[in-house]
Every structure is written in structure tokens, then in C-alpha cells.
Write a protein that binds this ligand. Structure first.
Ligand SMILES: [Zn+2]
Length: 296
């Protein structure tokens, strides 16, 4: 036990805040006291919730550090959150400073998909690869690029934002202000919206994916259309970045069908040498971001 490190980790997404104590050992990691809370609608409440959780965890646990993965773009030089498309009011926020002021705790903050990449690189399926594209498809779409095992952030920290790759000219309006972004066609929210457009009824993305896999026609139509746009995104990534492997994670690909359909179409349409690209599903699943935040 002595060499094991315990940290508190958070994964702040547009719909939920996952948290837990992560114990790292030589063998791997274990998660304790895992919690999932709804992400509050406004900035003040999100910060308040976060602070409450830290204080609560401190009552019952020993941990050395706190790591936070957040769905947004981070300015690493100035420790600022640049933009969080799915969380209100976090733009230009120095969350690190804010938490320090409120409860005196030091936290490390990183983009959620970069956390996911970190965890996958240490514990996941891409340990032996060097040129990797990560895609996390949940409420929105996040991404990360690694060349020679080094994260490529880009000049202004937006490299790998594949969710905002335009795939439909003048398409659906995106939270980034643009139109036709991949995220508006392939994320969990996009699946739910498409179902509503088709049938005028609301249904959770998870249930749509499960029912489609069962062969229910209405749901299959939604999943098929979604996987087609997903394939276009994959082709664009393969043809511009030419990675060894694209590792896909997130709640949307929990059911295999959508990824398998997209993969099949993408590998038919990519430039011929790019058809060798491996497209793999993350095995760490939803907890990868949390574990990555713990690794910070
Ligand atoms: Zn966008």
C-alpha cells in the first residue's frame, strides 16, 4: 500500500460531473467512491458543486492531489479555460485560481480528451502506438492528436478539435457559432435531436443505440444516418493526419454498431494507403477521462 498513490479526480462534462478517488499502483489503478452528479446549469453552481465535492471527499479520504478534466479548450500558459461549448459561463475562467481562493486547494486542469488520451496511453489499447488520434464522443465530440507519443496542441491549443470540423455546408448550428460541425451530427445530443426530427418524440441516445442494435427500424435509421456522418469525419481525419490508429471512446460508441458502420464506410472511402488505419474502440470506457485527470 505504501507506494500506492491516491488522487482525487473529476471529469466535468456538459451533462454530468463524474468524480472518484483513484489509487494508482504498479498493477494499474482502482477507483473508489465513484460519483456521478448532474452538471448544474450556471457557472456559480458548477463551481459550488465542485468545491462541495472536494470538501466532502476530504472528509472521508486521503489523497495527494486533485486533477480535473473538463470539456473545453484550455490556455496552458495562463491556466485559463478558453471556452467550454457545453458548460455555461466558464469562458476565460481561471478555475485553478478560483478553487484556491475558495478552499485553498491546488488543482490541475486539463482538457477532458487530453485526459482520456493520457489514460489510454498509460493503461489502454494504444500503449504500443506512436501516431494516434483520439476521439471522444459523448454529449459533444472532443479529440486529441499525438505525434511520436507527444501531444500536439497546436499554436493556440485547439489542435484535435475534430468536433468542429465542418462536414455539412450551411448545416446545423453549432455551439461554437459555426454551422455544420461534426458534433452536430454525431454526438449524443445530435442523435437525440435527429430522432426528434424524424419522429417528433424524445428518446435518450443510449436507448436509441441499444434499440438499433436490437434491429428496431426507427432507431436503426437514426444510427445509420449518424454513422454516415461519423464516417465522413473519420475519412477527413485519415486523409489529413494519416495516424496509425484512431482510438474512439465515449458513451456514443458504447454500442458497437455505430462505430462498426462508420469504420466500414470510412475505410472504403479513405485514400488507399489510409485504409490501413486501425480504428479501435477504447476499452477503458467512460472512466478513461477520470483516470487521465488522476494522472495529471
Ligand atoms: Zn462547432
Amino acid at each position: 500500500m505504501k507506494n500506492n498513490k491516491r488522487v482525487l479526480a473529476f471529469d466535468i462534462g456538459g451533462t454530468k460531473i463524474a468524480s472518484g478517488i483513484i489509487e494508482f499502483s504498479q498493477k494499474g489503478y482502482k477507483i473508489f467512491d465513484y460519483q456521478k452528479n448532474i452538471t448544474p446549469k450556471n457557472k456559480k453552481d458548477v463551481i459550488q458543486k465542485l468545491v462541495e465535492l472536494i470538501v466532502d471527499y476530504k472528509k472521508d479520504n486521503n489523497f495527494e492531489k486533485i486533477g480535473i478534466g473538463i470539456a473545453g479548450q484550455i490556455d496552458y500558459k495562463n491556466d485559463k479555460i478558453i471556452h467550454t461549448p457545453n458548460i455555461n459561463g466558464f469562458d476565460n475562467l481561471n478555475l485553478k485560481k478560483k478553487i484556491k481562493e475558495m478552499i485553498g486547494e491546488d488543482v490541475e486542469i486539463e482538457n477532458d480528451v487530453k485526459c482520456f488520451a493520457l489514460a489510454e496511453n498509460v493503461f489502454g489499447r494504444v500503449k504500443n502506438y506512436h501516431n494516434i488520434v483520439y476521439l471522444a464522443i459523448g454529449t459533444g465530440i472532443g479529440g486529441a492528436i499525438e505525434f511520436d507519443n507527444k501531444l500536439y496542441r497546436g499554436e493556440n491549443n485547439i489542435a484535435g478539435e475534430f468536433g468542429h470540423m465542418i462536414i455539412v455546408e450551411n448545416g446545423k448550428k453549432c455551439s461554437c457559432g459555426n454551422r455544420g460541425c461534426l458534433e452536430q451530427y454525431v454526438s449524443g445530443r445530435a442523435i437525440e435531436k435527429l430522432y426528434f426530427e424524424f419522429y417528433g418524440k424524445r428518446k435518450k441516445a443510449k436507448e436509441i443505440a441499444i434499440d438499433s442494435a436490437k434491429g428496431i427500424k426507427k432507431d436503426k435509421k437514426v444510427i445509420k444516418q449518424t454513422s454516415h456522418y461519423f464516417a465522413i469525419g473519420l475519412v477527413n481525419i485519415i486523409n489529413t493526419i494519416n495516424p496509425e490508429v484512431i482510438l474512439v471512446g465515449g458513451s456514443v460508441v458504447k454500442q458497437d454498431e455505430i462505430l462498426q458502420l462508420a469504420k466500414k464506410e470510412a475505410l472504403k472511402r479513405a485514400l488507399i494507403p489510409g485504409r490501413k488505419t486501425k480504428i479501435l474502440k477504447s476499452r477503458l470506457g467512460n472512466e478513461a477521462t477520470l483516470v487521465g485527470a488522476g494522472l495529471l
